[in-house]
Design a protein around this ligand. Structure first.
Ligand SMILES: [Zn+2]
Length: 346
């Protein structure tokens, strides 16, 4: 490292680090006259003049001055002074307010801040420093929330009240974590607080298992002008022993009695807002499937509709009356169809 880094070159020229280029030039001229042996004669001091000349050579060269200033710490001191002159603290508060106002449109916020900074400061470095001071906008994170709906609500859509836990900038310190040099007590210095919020959400028609519904700006709040996050509802279509969904189809397990299986029947099955009648043909076996076309969910582009697929399950009565018992006994005696003949032949 050159020797002069240990010296205060400004002091040699009777200046401070805030000196302008003109200040440096005129200080040098003045001191050169005082110490250059050729000019000052008997009062001249060649060593002193050499020192002055060296200080001037460095400080009058932009590149060399910057290097020197950075190493000696004058560079940051000067930035701070200039920022203070521009009362950037007040500006900072104004921009925080603006940031809140513009939180709907963060792009316009960053445009306005860039314009304001351009007019405020001439040097890029100060502008950069100022930007760092006001902190880069932080976008709020998204919130994911599971929401349960029935099969039929998945077809028709529905409304739900959901509770969400938001984080948002602390209103006391406005997200800055400190107030007058002390840690903010409201947020304990984290800059954000959690708030419970109840909102009404609309679940659209034809949602599928795992569908993601985006509710804009209901996620966590952005900081320093950053965008608010979104709320995502993840649809869970509730299963029960009788209904569930599979993609666009609704699957239904339909219990029928042994005599409905034999004789056929017309059975009422619950559907959206009421019932539908389902015809069971005579001699329907357990596990047989019936397809009701177009009674499922629409696809995403609403061009194709799924079906309702009914699986028939023969369910035995839990209790038999005496009369029923007698009738089954009679059936057993008179029935002569050997349904296991094929199996026994093997
Ligand atoms: Zn706070």
């Amino acid at each position: 490292m050159p020797n002069y880094y240990n010296k205060d070159l400004y002091k040699i020229l009777n200046l401070t680090f805030e000196a302008s280029k003109d200040d440096i030039k005129s200080a040098y001229k003045k001191l050169a006259k005082m110490y250059h042996p050729d000019v000052a004669g008997a009062n001249g001091n060649i060593d002193k003049f050499k020192e002055i000349k060296e200080a001037y050579d460095i400080l009058s060269n932009d590149e060399a001055r910057k290097k020197y200033d950075v190493l000696r710490g004058f560079y940051t001191q000067r930035l701070e002074k200039e920022a203070e002159k521009s009362s950037y603290k007040n500006k900072y508060d104004t921009y925080i307010k603006q940031a809140k106002k513009h939180s709907e449109k963060p792009e316009s916020f960053s445009n306005s801040i860039n314009e304001a900074l351009d007019s405020l400061f001439h040097t890029k470095n100060i502008k950069q420093k100022f930007k760092e001071e006001i902190k880069t906008p932080i976008n709020g994170s998204d919130i994911n929330l599971d929401v349960n709906v029935s099969c039929f609500e998945a077809i028709t859509g529905t409304n739900r009240k959901v509770n969400i836990l938001h984080t948002q900038p602390c209103p006391n310190c406005e997200g800055r974590t400190f107030i007058n040099g002390a840690k903010c007590t409201m947020c304990n210095g984290t800059g954000e607080i959690s708030l419970q919020k109840k909102i009404n959400v609309k679940i659209p028609k034809d949602v599928k298992q795992g569908s993601k519904i985006r509710i804009k700006k209901e996620g966590n709040k952005g900081l320093y002008g950053g965008k608010d996050g979104d709320l995502y509802l993840i649809v869970n279509i509730e299963k029960n022993p009788y209904f569930e969904t599979e993609g666009m189809n609704i699957l239904c397990n339909l219990p029928i009695t042994p005599f409905e299986a034999v004789l056929g029947a017309e059975i009422t099955v619950p559907y959206i807002d009421g019932n539908i009648n389902v015809k069971i043909p005579p001699m329907t076996s357990s596990g047989q499937k019936l397809r009701l076309a177009g009674m499922g969910l629409y696809n995403k582009s609403k061009t194709k509709k799924g079906d309702m697929i009914i699986t028939v399950l023969i369910k035995l009565p839990q209790k038999l009356s005496k009369k029923e018992q007698e009738l089954y006994d009679e059936l057993k005696t008179i029935s002569n169809d050997d349904i296991r003949a094929d199996m026994n032949a093997k």
